[in-house]
Design a protein around this ligand. Structure first.
Ligand SMILES: [Zn+2]
Length: 412
């Protein structure tokens, strides 16, 4: 909980900030009472009671019953974040799938669906049509179950401009300057707030909020999809850079005259640790065939690699070793620049984790200047392929935590 930000001489603004403060406090941990909220926020008890009453009225908080705290004399009523009537929606459009995921304010999943697409070889309007269809389906489902839909965040594997509406470049989708935010907002009736963000940024946000290493202030998230994306949390904040384009770790140049990358350059890190190279190295006889299944997700494509590695096939094991080595080399650069406490590997890296983690970590330590890579650990994501969509739902829900009055009171 941070200090109350007072808006100049604006009573409604002060009240809104205090509602936000109390709601965030209840979100952070269970077992709070009005008295403990007053003690932690420094607000007086009468104010806290009034704020809690309003949050209950808006369906954002509920009372859980009482605990007897003898020393305080009276039993205290335990408060809990509620928000079951409040939904937020995260959608990820990647090269070979669209995933929609809706949660309520307490993070409970209300809806989740994935549909295969082929965004690499079909024109953008085809993927946009599937996106709209999946988004409408999710929207319809949550509208029937919740009274308030806070907003939608769309995750895209590419550069999204600072307005949060337009995809500047998404190399593996072949998208240039597409205002997908306005199109999606319009398709959903024009009333919902739609934000577009980079997929790995949202994956990093999900890891930071609800992943196994949630709350780790210096966390790097690397997602292996068709491309390789990065999301950087430094000092507890997502690094966006001047124009919103930070975190493009997949396009770090690592070798001269390397393979051609989706971005048109050669020798990007993505060309060495990405799925395409892994398939060519680990299952060379199947690579072309697997790559031609454009509507199959990375999870399905990496399956044969896992099968053969499990059977101790030497070619598969050597391919994974190459991947681990290059993974460690790139991670060492990230460690030298950001000194993270943890690197979380998502997407298909999670599936190959058991084979690549030890060597990747060893190589990272070898090439990082700090002793023991500054204490950095490399782990696999516990959130899986829906991390970016989940991060999108979490990002959209922020609007209510910033301003709880966004959700109407029961009386209207
Ligand atoms: Zn590149």
């Amino acid at each position: 909980v941070t200090a109350i930000r007072l808006q100049p001489a604006d009573h409604a603004g002060v009240r809104r900030n205090n509602l936000s403060l109390v709601l965030r406090l209840l979100h952070e941990g269970p077992g709070q009472s009005r008295a403990s909220v007053a003690a932690e926020t420094g607000l007086n008890k009468a104010t806290v009671s009034s704020l809690v009453a309003e949050l209950i009225d808006r369906g954002l908080v509920r009372e859980l019953g009482t605990v007897d705290r003898r020393r305080l004399g009276r039993p205290a009523t335990v408060l809990e974040l509620d928000g079951r009537g409040v939904a937020s929606l995260g959608i990820e459009l990647n090269v070979d799938f669209v995933t929609a995921l809706a949660t309520d304010l307490g993070g409970r999943t209300l809806f989740q669906r994935t549909r295969a697409i082929d965004a690499a070889s079909r024109p953008p309007k085809r993927s946009l049509a599937t996106l709209v269809s999946v988004a409408k389906e999710a929207h319809k489902e949550v509208t029937s179950r919740c009274t308030t839909i806070v907003g939608v965040t769309l995750a895209i594997p590419g550069l999204v401009d600072a307005s949060g509406r337009t995809v500047t470049i998404a190399p593996n989708l072949h998208w240039h300057d597409i205002n997908v935010g306005d199109r999606l907002a319009e398709a959903l009736g024009g009333e919902l707030a739609v934000t577009v963000d980079n997929d790995a940024n949202l994956g990093a946000l999900a890891e930071y909020r609800v992943g196994e290493f949630a709350g780790t202030p210096n966390l790097v998230y690397i997602a292996g999809q068709t491309g390789v994306g990065g999301g950087l949390i430094v000092g507890g904040r997502l690094v966006r850079g001047a124009a919103g384009f930070a975190g493009e770790v997949g396009h770090m140049h690592v070798v001269d005259n390397g393979s051609e990358c989706g971005c048109g350059r050669r020798g990007c890190w993505e060309t060495l640790v990405g799925l395409r190279q892994l398939l060519r190295d680990a299952v060379p006889d199947l690579a072309a065939e697997l790559e031609s299944h454009r509507d199959k997700g990375p999870e399905a494509k990496v399956g044969p690699v896992i099968e053969r590695a499990t059977a101790k096939d030497p070619v598969a094991l050597e391919g994974l070793r190459q991947n681990a080595r290059w993974l460690g080399i790139g991670l060492a650069t990230l460690v030298n620049i950001f000194n993270p406490q943890v690197v979380v590997l998502g997407g298909f890296f999670r599936d190959i984790g058991p084979w690549v983690l030890p060597l990747a970590e060893q190589t990272m330590r070898e090439y990082a200047i700090a002793p023991d890579a500054g204490g950095c650990r490399v782990v696999c994501s516990s959130l899986g392929f829906s991390a970016a969509a989940l991060g999108g739902a979490i990002f959209a829900a922020e609007r209510v935590f910033d301003d709880p009055t966004f959700v109407p009171a029961a009386g209207g």
